[in-house]
Ligand binder design. Structure first.
Ligand code: PMP
Length: 453
């Protein structure tokens, strides 16, 4: 049973002591205190199907017994920093993690968060190339710190400050809302977009704009890196026009820069077809950053890169008190084992395909669903004014989300206008869970249209 403070007491504590910029997504806040695989429980004992745990980090299931047991063993053995000594678990983990990467990506930095991973990636790219400037895509999210806020372009997470010198945002190759449209690598296609075989023809236009940006906005075109998520998460599951990332990475390399793949949301089998999102873009990055699902909820993250890039970073010693502590390494290894043992990548592919097909059926019934997209178990449902692309009003989206929650399903939201419902469940959900979620979405949209919510 729940033994924590009452909802009212949490309201008081929040009002007095929690930063006001930290928001809760529901009007009636949810006090969660227990989780088991794809299920979460609130302070009143209500159970929810968690379709958003994946964003908040849970990859293999809340309190997965194998991961929990491994952590428990380690907790009873040693808690320590590991940078200045050696610990066997870190060595075992690094070897296991590297086995998931293409041959050249051999060197692992263990860090504590996605923000920190991307911050280190900027440093590595600058050290290796000798260039300063970095480029990311419009509406991207790469983390939250005074430096990384400049890389992040999602306006909701940027303080109203100018973008500092050295940071640039290229036009987003978004098939649904991008200025040149395009087609994506997905089961769902954008109505009225091109249907290219192979790379999408519009990718060239977006890549051309990137090229112009580097040549015209960066002194002497000296670009250090291009950062991109393999599928944009916070921006509402935005996939790029087919072929864009590969061409963009080639372009940046031709100008002496590196390509950094942010796999914080897309890694660890999530997108189904491949272990890493970049693999489906047919590109091998120079640096890969990862967090969230890497630890199934345990705070940890990593940067993987080529040996020669790490060698360019030896002018100063590297120290990170908690990065890769024995507990994180233990959890990380157990997570990788569970993904293999329980075939979770395949489950993302199969259950994700089933999920998106069901969502596309729902889209036929509800013109308020403007777009359905995503890969594996990383999906997005963009809500619009029926038969237009005008984003559905924020408070209407909130009404729909609250109703979905009241019917027992937790779903996320995102996108520039906060009008995209985001689905990123623990990777262990099954078709029965999908059927339940679809019936809840169906009911909530029906109630919304009949003005019942
Ligand atoms: N990159 C991406 C793609 C993310 O979605 C996030 C978090 N939403 C981050 C980086 C930052 O991770 P963290 O919150 O662990 O710093």
């Amino acid at each position: 049973p729940y033994t924590g403070p009452s909802l009212q007491r949490t309201d008081e504590i929040k009002a007095n002591h929690i930063p006001p910029a930290m928001y809760n997504i529901y009007r009636k806040p949810l006090v969660l205190h227990q989780g088991r695989m794809q299920w979460l429980f609130d302070h009143e004992g209500r159970r929810y199907l968690d379709l958003f745990g994946g964003i908040v980090t849970v990859s293999v299931g809340h309190c997965h017994p194998k991961v929990t047991a491994a952590l428990h063993d380690q907790i009873n053995t040693l808690w320590h920093t590991t940078n200045i000594y050696r610990h066997p678990k870190i060595y075992e983990y690094v070897e296991k993690l590297i086995s998931k990467f293409p041959e050249d990506l051999k060197t692992v930095y263990l860090v504590n968060s996605g923000t920190e991973a991307n911050d280190l990636a900027i440093l590595l790219a600058r050290a290796f190339t000798g260039h300063e400037d970095v480029v990311s895509l419009q509406s991207c999210y790469h983390g939250y710190s005074s430096t990384i806020m400049a890389l992040t372009a999602s306006q909701a997470y940027r303080m109203p400050l100018s973008v500092p010198a050295g940071f640039h945002h290229a036009i987003l190759p978004d098939p649904y809302r991008g200025i040149w449209g395009g087609c994506r690598d997905s089961l769902s296609q954008v109505a009225g977009s091109c249907s290219c075989v192979g790379d999408c023809v519009t990718s060239e236009k977006y890549v051309h704009q990137l090229s112009e940006l580097v040549d015209n906005s960066i002194p002497a075109g000296r670009v250090a890196a291009l950062f991109a998520e393999s599928v944009q998460g916070v921006n509402g599951t935005v996939q790029f026009t087919r072929g864009y990332l590969k061409q963009a990475a080639e372009l940046i390399r031709s100008k002496g820069g590196l390509f950094v793949a942010d796999e914080v949301q897309t890694g660890f089998g999530r997108t189904g077809d491949a272990f890493w999102g970049f693999e489906k873009h047919d590109v091998v990055p120079d640096i890969v950053t990862m967090a969230k699902g890497i630890g199934n909820g345990f705070p940890m993250a990593a940067v993987v890169t080529r040996k020669e890039i790490a060698e360019a970073h030896t002018r100063a010693a590297y120290f990170n008190t908690f990065g890769g502590n024995p507990m994180a390494a233990t959890v990380g290894k157990a997570v990788l084992e569970v993904i293999e043992e329980e075939n979770l990548q395949q489950n993302c592919k199969d259950t994700g395909k089933y999920f998106i097909e069901q969502l596309m059926q729902l889209q036929k019934q509800y013109p308020v669903i403007g777009d359905v997209r995503g890969k594996g178990l990383m999906l997005g449902i963009e809500l619009v004014e029926p038969c237009t692309k005008k984003p559905l009003d924020r408070s209407d989206v909130t009404d729909i989300m609250e109703s979905i929650k009241d019917l027992g399903v937790l779903i996320g939201r995102g996108g520039r206008w906060s009008n995209v419902l985001r689905i990123k469940p623990p990777m262990c959900i099954n078709k029965m869970d999908v059927n339940y979620a679809i019936s809840v979405l169906d009911q909530s949209l029906k109630d919304y249209l009949q003005n019942k919510i």
